[in-house]
Design a protein. Structure first.
Length: 373
């Protein structure tokens, strides 16, 4: 299916201006098929400030941020790009998304990530409620990003299109998180910098399945296989061997410094689809675990075992920052560039494998790259 091109620019509201939202503002401002018409903020200190200033664009856009939810809904935008923190308020966030589609506003969002493929995570009656809300508002909802998202849904599934036999699909994130600014995620959810016996949220039974089960099951659906249930969770945490600086809170020797986890989808007891994360706060630690390619501080790796054997290392790096900065940009751009297709879709929850071709149409620079000739 070819990509969707809107007949006129889509009127878009950005919902939050944090680590992803500020990049969403910049992305919509740069997109010829979109018009920024509103910005929501939760921080009262940001209220009334111009969106361009909040996005560090160095210029004003003429759109003032507000925490007046009703005023933004009343704008009747074509879509909301929702980038508010969802990890620590999953069901409250889902209620927000439901209210948007009920009001007739299409929405793309970076979370909650379980909505990428919520079957077997949310009960059928909850899924029916989401569909009913979409039907009532004649609107669609799409949740995506980079991981969970493009790096472990479309990318691996496209790679399987050149397979003759598939024994296992393994999607990996291998990253140094010391420059990732998200103290709640790093401390409370992962437990980095906390004592080794700290009972971090992510390592509770069932949480990895809630967070990344959508990835495993969506790949399985794309391959037309039925996985054993429940999925298998494996976690190995290690203590830091030296003090390490981190923007989300320094990691002291002896506290948790790295983790490797796997979420394994099996068929008849054999691993067929695996999500694996290797997360370090010290790039030099744990040399026995896989590392990014030389010269890179992070990567997404797709390994397909079968005939032929395939591996792709997907690296990214910000023009003015590291892989954690570009991770926020790629997350924002995936849900921005998908907007025309989501708006054109029939009402309901739109998954990655439902989408037609999504490209960066209209985003090719009009000036030489990096000042070159």
């Amino acid at each position: 299916m070819s990509q969707v091109i809107p007949e006129k620019p889509l009127r878009v509201v950005v919902w939050s201006t944090g680590t992803i939202g500020r990049h969403a503002i910049a992305g919509i401002d740069a997109h010829p098929d979109m018009e920024l018409v509103g910005v929501w903020v939760s921080n009262p200190d940001k209220e009334g400030k111009d969106a361009g200033i909040l996005a560090d664009l160095g210029r004003e856009l003429g759109i003032k941020a507000t925490n007046d939810r009703d005023a933004l809904i009343a704008l009747a935008p074509d879509a909301i790009v929702h980038t508010a923190m969802a990890d620590d308020r999953v069901f409250e966030c889902i209620e927000d998304l439901i209210s948007f589609v009920e009001a007739g506003i299409n929405v793309t969002s970076s979370g909650p990530v379980l909505l990428q493929w919520p079957e077997k995570i949310l009960p059928p009656e909850f899924l029916a409620r989401i569909q009913d809300a979409c039907d009532a508002g004649n609107a669609s909802m799409h949740i995506n990003g980079i991981d969970p998202g493009f790096a472990n849904d479309i990318l691996p599934l496209v790679m399987t299109s050149i397979s003759q036999r598939i024994d296992e699909v393994r999607v990996m994130e291998i990253c140094d998180y010391s420059t990732y600014y998200q103290p709640v995620v790093m401390g409370d959810m992962f437990g980095f910098g906390r004592p080794m016996d700290y009972d971090a949220f992510l390592w509770q039974p069932g949480i990895l399945t809630m967070a990344w089960g959508s990835v495993v099951r969506q790949i399985a659906a794309g391959l037309d296989i039925v996985l054993d249930e429940p999925l298998t969770e494996e976690v190995e945490r290690r203590a830091a061997t030296r003090d390490t600086d981190s923007v989300s809170g320094d990691v002291k020797e002896g506290t948790m410094g790295s983790v490797r986890f796997q979420l394994i989808g099996k068929v008849d007891g054999i691993a067929r689809v695996v999500v694996e994360h290797i997360t370090r706060t010290d790039a030099e630690s744990d040399p026995d675990w896989e590392s990014p390619p030389a010269g890179h501080d992070g990567c997404y790796r797709v390994k397909i075992t079968g005939e032929p054997m395939m591996q792709v290392d997907f690296t990214h790096h910000g023009e003015h920052g590291d892989h954690n900065v570009s991770g926020m940009i790629t997350t924002a751009q995936r849900i921005i560039n998908a907007l025309p297709a989501v708006v054109a879709a029939k009402p309901g929850l739109v998954t990655a494998i439902d989408l037609p071709l999504v490209t960066g149409r209209g985003l090719v620079s009009k000036s030489p790259a990096n000042g070159g000739a």
